[in-house]
Ligand binder design. Structure first.
Ligand code: PMP
Ligand code: GLN
Length: 382
């Protein structure tokens, strides 16, 4: 008898990040596709991990996360967002932001529940909803400013709406939530039992002195939210896969039930190291200007090309149109310029379930100056 299983994600293929990174390697291209820094992380943080291993922090930490790390995170939240979080019951350390998002969705969703997702959407959101038997309700951000159409949101709310997923600063567009968005969000969820999932992994990567409107600033919204973070994005170590989730005690209690039977507890030496390193506030407060400089440098270089650069207010991504270059599909262009020119990017249609193609590609500018220069030297030939 032939062995078969029924796929839980029948329509899922290989993620666009994997595809484009493999193509970049194959063609020896400059990789401005997958989002990861190509510069080194902090030496002192590496030393602290090493020290933690030598001091014997190599066994399980508590399931909720290393206590001093949760304490320093609570202090950070209070100083950044003026909200008091209980490190005992409201924070859980997770193996990355993606896992925190998956766990939050799995904690809440029942088959048939509806989840509002804005597109373009980070690639894990829709499969994470579907694997739980829930239904993604897709709303396009308004091209080219990628703003939320709150009238459409209100139209799409039904008695089955269980969650709304937000991501600010936004991957892939670099859009950020405004005060008006928060007002609208509040009015949409008022008197409902809708849960908010706020993906804030790019919390510190926000430019031009715009404040990050974290859900953590609003205790009334936090009551009904899971807010997800990633140390990988803050400390230039995406391969560490370490992050955390903050929620109300009520929601977090259920989140931990799911977490304890999956990962249970995260890499101990990194947590110990971070509990010390996080006391150095400058290391995260300086990130916005560090990354803004990269965005501005890349924008200046791209001025020599025929790409139409869109606005990036945060994250480490910037999108571009290419109507002066070609009318190809964005995926065709992205593949062609990887193969022919040697520059890998990400086609933004990959962030839409039905492949909506506004003819936009995404560049990651979290790279060394030389890398950005090498890429643009090739792109001017288009
Ligand atoms: N959300 C968004 C929008 C992201 O871009 C990323 C980066 N991969 C993540 C979540 C996940 O972060 P992590 O690598 O910590 O899982
Ligand atoms: N967040 C990264 C990006 O958007 C990639 C993460 C991944 O490869 N899954 O490029």
């Amino acid at each position: 008898m032939k062995l078969t299983i029924t796929s839980k994600l029948p329509s899922a293929g290989t993620s666009i990040f994997t595809v484009m990174s493999a193509l970049a390697t194959e063609h020896n291209a400059v990789n401005l596709g997958q989002g990861f820094p190509d510069f080194s992380m902090n030496e002192e943080l590496m030393r602290l991990v090493n020290e933690a291993m030598h001091k014997g922090f190599n066994q399980y930490t508590p399931m909720q996360g290393y206590i001093p790390l949760r304490e320093v995170l609570a202090e950070k939240v209070e100083s950044l967002y003026q909200t008091i979080i209980d490190p005992g019951s409201q924070i859980t350390i997770t193996p990355g932001g993606t896992y925190a998002i998956y766990t939050a969705l799995t904690t809440v969703l029942q088959p048939g529940d509806e989840v509002i997702i804005f597109e373009p959407a980070y690639d894990s959101y829709i499969p994470n909803v579907e694997i739980n038997g829930a239904v993604p309700v897709l709303i396009s951000l308004q091209f080219p400013g990628y703003k939320i159409d709150w009238i459409e949101v209100k139209r799409k709310i039904t008695p089955k709406t269980r969650m709304i997923m937000l991501n600010s600063p936004h991957n892939p567009t670099g859009a950020v939530l405004s005060e008006e968005d928060i007002v609208q969000l509040r009015s949409v969820v008022k008197d409902t039992d809708i849960i908010i999932l706020s993906d804030e992994v790019y919390e510190h990567l926000i430019f031009d002195n715009v404040p990050h409107l974290s859900i953590l600033r609003y205790p009334d919204l936090l009551e009904r939210s899971f807010v997800c973070f990633s140390f990988g994005k803050v400390y230039h170590c995406t391969g560490w896969k370490l992050g955390y989730c903050i929620s109300s005690s009520y929601l977090m209690k259920e989140f931990r039930k799911v977490h304890q039977f999956n990962c249970f507890s995260c890499h101990s030496p990194s947590q110990v190291a971070l509990s010390t390193f996080l006391k150095n506030k400058d290391s995260y407060l300086s990130l916005a200007s560090f990354m803004q400089e990269k965005r501005d440098y890349f924008l200046k270089l791209m001025g020599q090309t025929r790409f139409g650069m869109l606005d990036s207010k945060g994250s480490y991504f910037i999108c571009a149109t290419y109507d002066k270059i070609s009318d190809e599909k964005d995926s065709d262009l992205a593949i062609r310029i990887t193969k022919e020119l040697g520059v890998a990017t990400i086609p933004v249609s990959a962030f839409y379930k039905t492949g909506t193609d506004n003819k936009v590609i995404r560049f990651c500018f979290a790279k060394k100056k030389e890398t950005l220069e090498a890429a643009v030297q090739k792109l001017v030939n288009l």
